[in-house]
Write a protein that binds this ligand. Sequence first.
Ligand code: FAD
Ligand code: SF4
Length: 484
Amino acid sequence: MLRFERVKIREEEPEKRLKSFTLEPTIGYSNDEATAEASRCIGCNMCTQACPASLDIGGYINSTAIGDPAQTVRIVFENLPFPAIIGRVCTHNCEDICVMYDTGGPLAIRHLKRYAADKFDDYSKILNVKKRAFLNKKVAVIGAGPAGMSTAYYLAIQGVKVTVFESLPVTGGFMRVGIPRYRLPADVIDKEIQYIQSQGVDIRLNTTVGKDVQFNDIMEEYDSVFLGVGNHKPRMTGTPGSDANNIMHATEFLKRVALGEKINVGKNVIVIGGGFTANDAARISQRLGAKNVYIMYRRRETDRPGYPSMNADEEMEESLDEGINYMWEVTPFEYAKTGETITSIKYWENQMVSDGAGRSKPVPNKEKTFSMDIDFIIEATGQETNFSFLGEDYAKRLKLTPQGHIIVDQNGMTSIPKLFSGGDSTNLTRDLISAVRDGDTAVMGILNYLNLMDRVNEEYLPLLDRWKKFSPLSAKMAYPERIR
Ligand SMILES: Cc1cc2nc3c(=O)[nH]c(=O)nc-3n(C[C@H](O)[C@H](O)[C@H](O)COP(=O)(O)OP(=O)(O)OC[C@H]3O[C@@H](n4cnc5c(N)ncnc54)[C@H](O)[C@@H]3O)c2cc1C
Ligand code: SF4
């Protein structure tokens, strides 16, 4: 029977979620639900055009529709080695443009990917990547986040020797120490990183480049180097009172909680910001025992990062269900202290003022001031790349945009020959799937740079810009075996 309505994903009760650091808000599809949902897809592959990593979405949804989740995972792995992770926390822009959007709702592309990936504990059994002879080239990857680990994977399966240097005691970057465990369980990250390691990738944890090993030495020793260092230097507001003992940047806060610390946040918590990080910090504060959690954002609800998108709506719905409060169009101007501790936050209300061009600006109305008692402040006000590991000479040679992003060419190479880069330190979209896309681009760039293209196995190359091949008609012609 032709079905139009999106198959609803089942959810855990918010009260139950709040008691747990690890309980996922959504419950994965059953076999019947996944088949029913996947069968709604008409295989037009419009969605591929919105996917930063250019996944063959129509192709893999079709595999699930015909009951072959292993083939779904194989197709996803053509460009992305994290199907279960991305199947949970992708920004899923693909769903925003699904042609079924107004016909029962967009295909649940993200949930379907999770369904297929969760079927397999060990990908090596279904992927069967054949061991390749060593190509006599060594590549260093700095940072074990999604950009670095994707790059490492697609190079390693070609026979390149890859060493990953990571300062933290854990792998995954912000997948592990940013996104909380209730959104992304530890065993899901472990499964996907361990599979990459099983392909011969050597990961050196607790090794900070610039401290434990010098960047200069890495550049000399390796044939090529990939930077996947992300943005880990907190940007604080500097509001008067910020030198207190009960204020923390959100990424520091989430990292410490992810590494096992129980931070005492008291009862009343204010989070300053409006994006992913603010929501996660707020929801973690509740799980640490806070009773009243407010997110303060200086612009309107419709100006928040990521809006408009299904992802931004879902994120806010989950937060609201769990009792998070939002305060729009407010600007804190003082954290009032008693001794070394902030006891209240003083703020103005804003008005959004358009200057006729570009985005409206929040302008505080300073005639009226407001105050709230608080126990803990978390600033989710962005972060930037820490370039101190480069040393003076390389720092001078690495070209950055005026906003501080690393400039790369279309092959992912920086202004320094043999040095490639991707992920949050480099792109403007700053999400997981864009980090993976940058890894894919750099893999092709590095293989070209090392003159390995005539020795690679084409079957294992990430397929860039697949969307160029796809129009509603050409999808069928390109993959007749996959598209009905
Ligand atoms: C709280 C939070 C929630 C998020 N939620 C989502 C979400 O739901 N969906 C989504 O798509 N994206 C989300 N993001 C964004 C996403 O996590 C990032 O875009 C992505 O992780 C960037 O990948 P990356 O590989 O560039 O960097 P990272 O993941 O940041 O990894 C960089 C790694 O490099 C290491 N490193 C840095 N410098 C050095 C050095 N000198 N030596 C050795 N190692 C070094 C770091 O320790 C880190 O492990 C979220 C981010 C945060 C902070
Ligand atoms: S946009 Fe993608 S998910 Fe939606 S119907 Fe077309 S192929 Fe299927």
